[in-house]
Design a protein around this ligand. Structure first.
Ligand code: AMP
Length: 225
């Protein structure tokens, strides 16, 4: 049983890059006491550390393309086998293709588990571009800011740990276009799949993070207060 009494809840967060998945994932996992499993974060740590995985994927991630499904499958197999994932989890950024959704289904079947909900955060593309281009993050503690909507106290410096903020290389405007295309072509088809399975919780992702969280909470057992 976790903090909110939602034993073993397994969630997926779907949405375009910049829809607010990371921000909402942090709040949901804090409230439910679940591990936040972000493939993007796992890959960025591997790249930063120069691990064999990181060396394989660095150029792909920098171009805004998707890492091959088989490789992501290995990363997730390892991550979901860790003990903290046995009592439920929230997946952020995975699955991202129909083949990855098949991989996830197989992993869950093998573990005798099922998904409980797939939360879809919807934001119009014009707003997404503005959000991503203004996003800055702390390479040390992972805190995320926006130059206009959520600026740090001192420009360019992390409020939490004092490190210099950076722009993710794949948030450069030229790359954003490619990431959005990858989303439209490869990830958006998953929406129909999860809708058909009766798992989809579509949420309007516009507005303040706490407003979006309130909408999500309305559709997830254990988050409603
Ligand atoms: P994110 O932080 O989720 O926006 O992911 C950043 C980048 O990591 C993506 O643009 C991809 O290059 C890569 N990536 C993250 N998750 C996946 C995934 N499930 N499948 C393929 N590539 C991924």
């Amino acid at each position: 049983m976790n903090a909110a009494g939602g034993a073993g809840i397994r969630l997926v967060l779907l949405g375009a890059p910049g829809a607010g998945k990371g921000t909402q994932a942090a709040e949901i996992t804090k409230r439910l006491g679940l591990p936040h499993i972000s493939t993007g974060d796992l890959l960025r740590v591997a790249i930063r550390d120069g691990s064999p995985l990181g060396r394989k994927v660095a150029a792909i991630v920098e171009r805004g393309e998707l890492v091959p499904d088989a490789l992501i499958g290995e990363v997730m197999e390892e991550r979901l086998s860790r003990r903290d994932a046995a009592g439920g989890f929230l997946l952020d950024g995975f699955p991202r293709t129909p083949a990855q959704a098949d991989i996830l289904d197989r992993m869950l079947v093998r573990r005798g588990q099922t998904l409980d909900r797939v939360i879809l955060i919807e934001v119009p593309e014009t707003e997404i571009v503005e959000r991503l281009a203004g996003r800055r993050s702390c390479g040390r503690c992972g805190a995320v800011y926006h130059v206009r909507y959520n600026p740090p106290g001192v420009e360019g410096i992390c409020d939490r740990c004092g490190s210099r903020l950076q722009q993710r290389p794949d948030d450069a405007e030229a790359v954003i276009k490619d990431r959005l295309r990858a989303y439209r072509e490869q990830t958006a088809p998953l929406v129909a799949r999860y809708e058909k399975a009766g798992l989809l919780v579509p949420v309007d992702g516009r507005g303040r993070p706490d407003e979006v969280f309130g909408r999500i909470a309305g559709g997830i057992p254990g988050l409603r207060e």
